[in-house]
Design a protein around this ligand. Structure first.
Ligand code: GDP
Length: 303
């Protein structure tokens, strides 16, 4: 809880300060407060559509109750936002592993968002939980991607399966899953190339990776995690929309929340795409990945 607050410090300060300003000197929620609130939400990167949804809900509430004090506004906002966030309650909403192993996690996202770092952090969490992990370097497009993943595999001390640059990503994914099976590993995490600029290619590449892995594990991948950089705000929302068109995304990780006031983007993305945020990145270190706790997130915005 405290750690999430630290990670969200910039968003928290910004949202809370703007919100206090919006209601300063007012005793009731009127058109002006709602206008100001709309501005606060949009400037916190909640996104226009989701902001309007929230404002409408509050307008309805004002109409129904005739009078709504500004002191109640916080509480209502919290409820509305919590309702839009798709994550389950409580701090246990990370990935739940099926009985059957290996658990196959495919990770997608454009370069620079923190994909490799998130994979490293996740591998570390799985390992700490007593699970054995294999990494698959299926981003064969960039040599740097494989190198970076290799550094993480050494840091976390988990095996990595790779092939030469430019080799078929699906072949790497197959090898990685096969290696996981032969080692009796619990988890295999597949890194993929996130080249959004050619959506047809991306779509074909990701579906081929899935198809090939399914020869070994019929229900693989168990999760497709999209990594997004929260500090890019509405761009992150746009990327999420694009990736959703290319493949079925089942979970989101929002990185770099520690350095940004744009944390509101979690609300917009969750609402617009109906995909749960499962993890948030709150720093560059190995332990700076948190399971996304909806309650703590909402609380940290308004306290
Ligand atoms: P990739 O290209 O998507 O694989 O991105 P990387 O994992 O290499 O990360 C890009 C940069 O973002 C690196 O400098 C990371 O240390 C940094 N980074 C990743 N996640 C976070 C985070 O949650 N917070 C901060 N502050 N930096 C992060």
């Amino acid at each position: 809880r405290e750690e999430i607050e630290q990670g969200l410090e910039k968003t928290r300060q910004s949202v809370f300060a703007k919100l206090s300003k919006a209601v300063a000197g007012k005793s009731k929620v009127d058109a002006e407060v709602l206008d100001d609130l709309e501005e606060v939400l949009i400037s916190s990167d909640v996104g226009i559509d989701t902001t309007l949804k929230i404002i409408e809900a509050i307008e309805e509430r004002v109409a129904r109750d005739k009078y709504l004090g500004t002191s109640e506004l916080n509480q209502i906002l919290r409820e509305e936002i919590a309702g839009l966030l798709k994550s389950k309650e409580g701090a246990d909403s990370g990935f739940s592993l099926p009985e059957k192993r290996p658990y196959v996690l495919m990770v997608v996202g454009v370069n620079g968002v923190g994909k490799t770092t998130t994979i490293g952090k996740l591998a570390n969490q799985f390992k700490k939980a007593g699970l054995s992990v294999v990494l698959g370097a299926a981003d064969t497009f960039r040599a740097a991607a494989v190198d970076q993943l290799e550094i993480w595999s050494e840091r976390v001390d988990v095996p990595i399966v790779k092939q030469a640059m430019g080799s078929d990503p699906a072949s790497v994914a197959f090898d990685a899953v096969q290696s996981a099976i032969s080692r009796n590993a619990d988890v295999v995490i597949i890194d993929t190339a996130g080249r959004l600029h050619n959506k047809v290619n991306l779509m074909n590449e990701l579906s081929k990776i899935k198809r090939v892995m399914q020869k070994l594990v019929p229900d693989a991948p168990h999760e497709v995690l999209l990594v997004l950089d929260a500090s890019t705000g509405q761009n992150a929302l746009e990327q999420a929309k694009q990736f959703s068109k290319a493949t079925q995304i089942t979970a989101l990780a929002l990185t770099k929340l520690d350095g940004t006031a744009k944390g509101g983007v979690a609300i917009g993305i969750s609402d617009q795409l109906q995909i749960p945020v499962k993890y948030i990145g709150v720093g560059e270190g190995i332990d700076d990945l948190r399971v996304f706790d909806k309650e703590a997130f909402v609380n940290s915005l308004f306290e």
